[in-house]
Write a protein that binds this ligand. Structure first.
Ligand code: FMN
Length: 175
């Protein structure tokens, strides 16, 4: 892939919140997660976990945990990506909390882009009650849910959202 293809690939991705009911294949699920396995991580500790949720009752419960967001119930598969504090803190102490969050965020980004590369649509979902997600999924205390990545097939057109001018992000040599 050359850079213009890479750029076009990124620009074709957008958050989609309406999905066909058709389930993901096992290969879809496996390859999406396997892609995250190649993500960088602090100390190569891979301080992240994912709970794949396809069960309808669990998806409804997670939608409730996400303040009723309907795309969470409507997506045929949810990838709940969690930071694994213990794995990172065992090596890095307090700094490991930040590293675990970073590891899980990168892993979720890879999953989102892998879904896109497979022609699937997704929506990164961060608005939810942590404790409710914990209860639904039975997460251990050292695991923090960071994102519910909703994934499914969709025929919705690509809808680009506005971005601020990139120069607003950049500081040269000093702030
Ligand atoms: C950390 C994070 C949290 C988000 N939480 C939600 C959410 O709870 N519900 C939702 O519909 N979209 C959520 N989004 C998606 C954003 O609204 C979306 O990425 C943004 O508007 C840019 O649009 P685009 O993804 O189509 O480029 C979230 C995205 C990120 C990165």
């Amino acid at each position: 892939m050359d850079f213009s293809e890479f750029s076009a690939f990124l620009l074709r991705r957008c958050s989609v919140r309406e999905y066909e009911p058709e389930p993901l294949t096992d290969e879809d699920i496996h390859t999406i997660i396997a892609s995250a396995g190649s993500a960088p991580s602090a100390g190569n500790l891979e301080a992240w976990d994912v709970v794949v949720v396809t069960d309808e009752d669990a998806r409804l419960a997670l939608s409730d945990a996400a303040f009723g967001q309907s795309h969470v119930a409507g997506a045929p598969a949810l990838f709940v990506v969690c930071a694994n504090y213990v794995r990172s803190m065992s090596q890095y102490g307090e700094r490991g909390i930040l590293y675990a969050v970073e590891d899980a965020t990168i892993a979720c980004t890879y999953m989102m882009l892998a879904a896109h590369a497979r022609g699937l649509s997704s929506c990164w979902t961060g608005a939810f009650e942590d404790d409710d997600v914990r209860d639904v999924l039975g997460l251990p205390p050292h695991s923090r849910p960071l994102a519910i990545l909703a994934v499914g097939k969709s025929h919705a057109p690509v809808q680009r959202t506005e971005r601020m001018d990139i120069e607003n992000h950049i500081h040269y040599n000093e702030w």
